[in-house]
Design a protein around this ligand. Structure first.
Ligand SMILES: Cc1cc2nc3c(=O)[nH]c(=O)nc-3n(C[C@H](O)[C@H](O)[C@H](O)COP(=O)(O)OP(=O)(O)OC[C@H]3O[C@@H](n4cnc5c(N)ncnc54)[C@H](O)[C@@H]3O)c2cc1C
Length: 377
């Protein structure tokens, strides 16, 4: 079939933009996004943390594979560092001591962590309310990600490699045609060889549009607020603080505090908005954990974190639907895994060996493939 592009990447969040940049090195690419701006949905609403021990083992492998890119991006990729050391402190109040001990081993890796008493935790994070934390550990390997620089860097890379952009262009139909796909976006109709489904919370809907079996993705809403920092504390030096039960977190954000009740409310794919109840719960947990009086919420937002039933990402060609490639289910780690996941996705899309993209992490492409047993039926 004569095609307009080898590959259409659908979704201009961090997953789609990073994949477009990698795939464009070996194929002609069009990147298609509903919104006028890339990163408008989940990718622009994250807590922007790089946490090596967070998420499933596959996500940890993809995070490790992404680290070299974050530390040394290609020449000209960004004019600021992509990572800035932050540190991640997991804290336990009296009733969370068992939960802290019960965190999976990989999150409590003794080589990486510094265990602390409540007093030591307060010394390292003086914002903590006196006496609230009984035990904690600090992971100094966690960093802030400059998500804007990351997204813009991938966009620039994609364009430099020849990728074309269609922003403000929702895909409304996907039909198999002559061994490839016909993609309808507004008044335009494109013939492409491969479709990459990087539609985030909408990925199952996009599959349904193409007549491809859904994988059972569940978007879950998560809320965040910012408030003024308390007087007299250098918030910039604070680590991110996450309680042992992951019911709450707080981190510095441009001189203010960013906090979340770490909610995981199932949602339909949508432009997620914060619920007043979640904002109130967040403010309450912030004042319980930290010596902060919340007088005013400066900003609030919500975003969707989308999970497959087994919480692993979904990366690979759909069984029985030639040319339909999944890049979805990034859950709560889609930003920190994006360089590694994009690289792996590009190898698979371009039909190249994946050994180099998975390194010695033990990650196998079969584990995260859409045809795996956990997603069957
Ligand atoms: C509050 C919060 C905190 C988080 N914190 C972190 C963190 O600290 N670190 C981390 O790594 N991750 C974090 N995450 C998770 C991270 O944000 C996501 O995993 C990641 O953004 C997913 O990227 P994506 O590109 O798949 O999705 P999105 O950014 O949502 O992009 C998908 C895009 O597809 C487009 N689309 C959908 N359907 C169509 C269509 N038919 N046609 C064209 N375009 C379409 C949408 O408009 C959307 O822009 C957090 C998420 C939230 C909500």
């Amino acid at each position: 079939m004569q095609t307009d592009f080898d590959v259409a990447v659908i979704g201009g969040g961090i997953a789609g933009v990073s994949a477009a940049a990698e795939i464009a090195k070996g194929a002609s690419v069009v990147l298609i996004e509903t919104e006028r701006q890339p990163g408008y949905h989940s990718s622009g609403r994250s807590a922007a943390l790089f946490a090596p021990g967070y998420g499933s083992s596959a996500m940890q492998a993809l995070t490790a594979l992404s680290r070299p890119f974050f530390d040394a991006p290609p020449e000209g990729f960004a004019d600021v560092p992509l990572l800035t050391p932050r540190g991640l402190m997991r804290t336990a109040s009296e009733d969370q001591l068992a939960a802290l001990e019960a965190l999976p081993g990989h999150m409590r890796d003794p080589d990486r962590l510094i265990w602390m008493t409540g007093e030591e935790a307060e010394a390292r994070a003086p914002i903590l309310r006196r006496g609230h934390v009984k035990r904690a550990f600090l992971d100094e390997g966690a960093s802030d990600i400059d998500v804007h620089a990351l997204l813009q860097g991938f966009l620039r890379q994609a364009k430099a490699a020849g990728a074309q952009m269609r922003m403000g262009a929702p895909v409304t139909a996907l039909v198999r045609e002559g061994g490839g796909w016909r993609v309808t976006l507004g008044d335009e109709s494109l013939r492409v060889g491969v479709v990459v489904n990087a539609a985030g919370a909408w990925a199952d809907e996009l599959a349904g549009m193409a007549g491809v079996a859904r994988v059972g993705l569940q978007p879950k809403r998560r809320t965040a607020i910012t408030v003024a920092a308390p007087e007299g504390i250098d918030v910039a030096a604070l680590p991110m603080i996450v309680d042992a039960a992951e019911d709450f977190y707080v981190k510095p954000d441009a001189g203010r505090l960013l906090a979340s009740p770490a909610d995981e409310t199932p949602s339909a794919p949508c432009d997620a908005q914060p619920e007043e109840m979640d904002v109130a719960i967040c403010a309450d947990r912030l004042m319980t954990t930290c010596a902060v009086e919340v007088r005013r919420i400066e900003s609030k937002w919500a975003g969707l974190r989308s999970f497959a039933p087994d919480h692993l990402p979904v990366v690979g060609f759909a069984p029985g639907a030639p040319g339909f490639f999944w890049l979805a289910g990034q859950g709560g780690t889609g930003v920190q895994t994006s360089p590694g996941m994009a690289r792996l996705a590009a190898k698979l899309v371009l039909g190249r060996p994946v050994a180099e993209a998975v390194g010695d992490t033990g990650l196998s492409a079969e584990t995260i493939a859409p045809g795996r047993a956990a997603l069957a039926g």
